[in-house]
Design a protein around this ligand. Sequence first.
Ligand SMILES: NC(=O)c1ccc[n+]([C@@H]2O[C@H](COP(=O)([O-])OP(=O)(O)OC[C@H]3O[C@@H](n4cnc5c(N)ncnc54)[C@H](OP(=O)(O)O)[C@@H]3O)[C@@H](O)[C@H]2O)c1
Length: 274
Amino acid sequence: MTVPNVKLNNGVEMPQLGFGVFQVPNDETEAAVTAALDAGYRSIDTAKIYGNEEGVAAALAKSGVARDELFITTKLWNSDQGYDSALRAFDDSLSRLGLEYLDLYLIHWPTPQRDRYVDTWRAFEKLLADGRVRAIGVSNFQPDHLRRLVDETGTVPAVNQVELHPYLTNEAVRATDAELGIATEAWSPLAKGGDLLAEDVVTSLAKKYDRTAAQVVLRWHLRLGNIVIPKSVTPSRIAENLDVFGFELTDDDVASLSALERGLRTGPDPDQFN
Ligand SMILES: NC(=O)c1ccc[n+]([C@@H]2O[C@H](COP(=O)([O-])OP(=O)(O)OC[C@H]3O[C@@H](n4cnc5c(N)ncnc54)[C@H](OP(=O)(O)O)[C@@H]3O)[C@@H](O)[C@H]2O)c1
């Protein structure tokens, strides 16, 4: 299974489809990540707050996959924001992951009330300059947070990972990302696998292409140019979610899926979450 790469704004290549491990308990993470690596995933998305960086490490160590074929992302938790605390949090995550360098480090949430994301970003710039991480980015940043970061530091994030699926198309964020040269990465790309996969428009497209509902939704993301990181602990779904490169949606299909937009968040509002 060949997953296309997206070229980030600093030239680093990132797989357009990866594997997310939110809410996978640490002791189940090794099995899930092993199933993903066996299926052919090479990009893994974790975070300090998921509490499963060690489980990811165990799977990576046993996999025998060369380090330079892997793309590993983790995220800085809100309480670690600030210059010195961010540098410490990075060292701790890297050590839990058993890695010598990271591919992508993200500020998990802007937490605007805390007002520390610019200081945090300066620590991220240092980690990048020191070669400890290949690319730096943000998560859940709204357009005004992105513009402030760029205005005050001059360093444009490589990636903005945001909640994004047909129920929440996040047009304003996607437009700002595109304008600034930031790759948009979709979290909860399947809207957590609930009602979205039972929508008539989704199931009828699945029938039309002889694919599953999840595959249709993932194909919609890929057509929009989003990076996606579906999560599953079910080996058959792990394989299914990667098998999305053998069919294409038409422009009308894409438009009919985008019309499901209803501003529905499955997670917190980034302007409020602290
Ligand atoms: N930056 C952030 O703030 C943030 C927030 C949330 C998530 N994320 C990242 O985004 C990743 C994905 O988001 P997510 O885990 O919230 O949601 P998701 O990937 O949209 O959906 C995961 C859910 O869908 C089910 N599922 C997966 N594949 C399926 C399929 N082919 N058919 C039917 N159901 C399927 C899974 O069930 P089973 O596991 O039981 O198979 C699970 O319950 C996370 O793991 C994490 O890495 C980031």
